[in-house]
Each structure stands twice: as C-alpha cells, then as structure tokens.
Design a protein. Structure first.
Length: 377
C-alpha cells in the first residue's frame, strides 16, 4: 500500500491493554438464514501507548460465524492478546503480527485488538487512519441497507422505509425456502421498484437450487447487482458451478477468511467478487492482504460486517475508502442499534457513507459504563 505501512515505521510502545463488555438492544430483530439476533453483546478493547494516547477496537459476539462469545472474546483480549503486545515496543505492523500469532482462531477478538492498535497509531500521528492506509478523507462509498429474512409483507414494509430514508441499495436476506424466497423478492421489488438489489442467501441453497432461482431472477429482469454466498462455504466446487452457470455476479463471503482463501477462490474461478469482514480476517492487516490479492487479480471487493457496533464499522469504513479494490460496502449494522455510541467516526448522507475526520478512527472514547452487559443503560 504505502511506505507508511513499512515494518520499521513509527514504533509504538504499548503500556496497557484493557477491555470492557457491553450489550446493545436492536431496534428490531435481525434475521438471516443462519440466525436471529435481538441484542448484541460486544467487547471493547483499549490500547494505551506511552505518552497517554488510547486507541479502541471492538468485537461482537458471533458464535454462529466465528464461534466466539463475549466470554471467549474477553478471555482472549485479557489473556494471550494482552500478553502479546503489552509492554512491547514495535511498529504497528509488528504489533499486528504479534496479535495474529498469539492464538489460534479468535478472529473477532484479534480484530478488536488490532483495530485498537491502529486507532492508537493514527491518533498518535495526529491523522485519520484512512490517510495512513493510503486513502483520502474526503472520499466516500454508497452504503446499503439490509432487509432481514421475514415474511414478504414485512420485508416489503422495511424496504419502503429504507428507500424513504434515502437508501438506494437494498441487501435482501434469503435462503432455505425457494418458493418463499421468490415471494419475498417480488414483494420487495413491488415496494421499492427503483432500488438496486444485493441478494444474500447465507449459504441457504444447494448449487442446483441456486442455479435455478438465480436464472429465474435474471429471466425476470430484476435489478440485481450480485448474489452473495448462495451455497455452503465449504462447497467451493459447488460455488464454482453456480458462478459458471449464471449471468449475475456471485460473491464469496463465508468462504473467504484469509488471503490464501481469496487466492484459491480467484484462481479457480469460483466467484466473481469477494466480501471482506474484519471479524473474519482478524483485523485490518488480514483484510488488506485479501484486498491486495483481489486487486492483483482485477477482482472487486465488498467490505462487509457482522452485526457489529459503531467502532468496528468505522474501522471497516476507513479501510474500505482507502483501498482501490474495495468498491462496495455493507456497513449498515449501527442503524439497527437502539443506541448510537460512541459519537463520531462517520456520517450517513442519504445512501452515502462519509468519514467525519479527526485523528485515528475519529471516534469519541466509549465509556465502560455505556450499554453495560447484563445491566441498565
């Protein structure tokens, strides 16, 4: 990316690592083919540098995807991840490598620590993180709004509300029931006929079902931009069959966690697009590696997210705006939260997401007593 990412640049000394847990209710349930979520338990990581600069990152409980609960995230942050960086002087690249090597798995917890390190690094430099990643603060990307998996009439109402609020791209959750999926999509199209659509089956179809239903959508002339992870993540051969058989672009999500995954998918022609998520990659460095693989292959990427809080989403937005391979974002989770904390980071202008500036992530510190897990707000 840039010389600012060189291993020897800007050494940091980490003097303390802390974490605190939170719970945030959602405005309404978020439903996919894989799970139903009504509130989000998450953990905030804080990294303090010599001189007093503090950076923050976060990780949401995503048992169904990464296998991590709030308990395991807290244990990872307070145990091996803290031990990996506390008292260490190194570049942000070197510190990130220590985080990656500290334990197996725990990608969400690693992302929280690694984002906190990058926030502290950029704050210490007095610059927005996007600039240190090689991007421009003034750039932005068009966001989407997810319509979760419910009865057709409910999805139609949510689509109308989203378009009324200025959204232009709707991400439609589908999966499992082919006939009902057709009804759901028809209801959304009727409610929002001018919206662009992104479909996400969350691994809900077999390859044969995916080919049948996607071919039908194409024949109907529906305004669909892409179909995300139509088949099981492990079924790379099936994903490749779908990609070869349909006209619509196919995006891999659950199938891509690392740069090696990305390279295998791209080289085998198993998909047309990649969805990068910090909670899968273990943070910004792993995400950058995937984006570089995609960029070299001429493949476009989406920067997506789990149902994660504003800190995580802001970090993802900085990376997305910085990297040329990332042309799409799916960063609407904070719009689902009943509380919008911490302040700053980014703003949504209609369908457009834009960074607000300020050093690091541009966020205010999140107090430990806000949205406390197991207690009142």
């Amino acid at each position: 990316m840039t010389d600012q990412l060189a291993p020897g640049a800007n050494p940091l000394t980490v003097v303390a690592v802390r974490s605190h847990r939170h719970r945030a209710p959602l405005l309404r349930p978020f439903i996919t083919a894989a799970r139903r979520t009504e509130s989000v338990d998450y953990v905030v990581a804080e990294v303090e540098l010599a001189g007093g600069t503090i950076g923050q990152g976060s990780a949401a409980e995503t048992v169904a995807v990464t296998g991590e609960s709030a308990d395991t995230i807290s244990r990872a942050l307070d145990g091996p991840l803290r031990a990996a960086v506390e008292g260490v002087t190194d570049s942000v690249t070197g510190l990130s490598a220590r985080v990656a090597a500290a334990l197996e798995g725990a990608t969400s917890a690693k992302a929280a620590m690694e984002v906190a390190l990058h926030d502290a690094w950029a704050r210490d430099a007095g610059r927005p993180l996007v600039e240190l990643l090689g991007g421009r603060l003034d750039d932005g990307l068009m966001n989407d709004m997810t319509i979760s998996l419910e009865d057709p009439e409910v999805m139609a109402q949510h689509a109308r509300e989203a378009i009324g609020a200025g959204e232009q791209i709707l991400k439609i959750k589908l999966g499992h029931d082919i006939a009902l999926d057709r009804e759901r999509l028809a209801a959304v199209v009727e409610a929002a006929p001018h919206a662009r659509l992104r479909l996400d089956a969350n691994q809900g179809w077999t390859p044969e079902q995916a080919i049948e239903i996607i071919t039908g959508f194409t024949a109907d002339g529906l305004p669909i931009d892409l179909v995300e992870q139509p088949v099981a993540a492990a079924n790379i051969e099936g994903l490749a069959r779908v990609t070869a058989a349909v006209e619509l672009p196919i995006m891999a999500d659950e199938a891509v966690w690392t740069a090696d995954d990305a390279r295998r998918l791209v080289d085998s022609g198993a998909c047309d697009l990649l969805n990068i998520k910090l909670a899968k990659t273990g943070g910004l460095r792993g995400a950058l590696e995937i984006a570089e693989v995609a960029h070299a292959a001429g493949v476009e990427c989406m920067l997506g997210a789990m149902m994660e809080p504003r800190i995580s989403i802001t970090a993802a937005a900085h990376l997305a705006i910085a990297h040329p391979a990332i042309t799409m974002i799916d960063l609407d989770p904070p719009a689902w939260f009943a509380s919008d904390v911490p302040a700053g980071g980014y703003r949504q202008d209609g369908a457009w997401l834009r960074l607000t500036g300020g050093p690091g992530l541009g966020l205010e510190p999140l107090p430990a007593d806000v949205d406390r897990a197991g207690g009142d707000r």
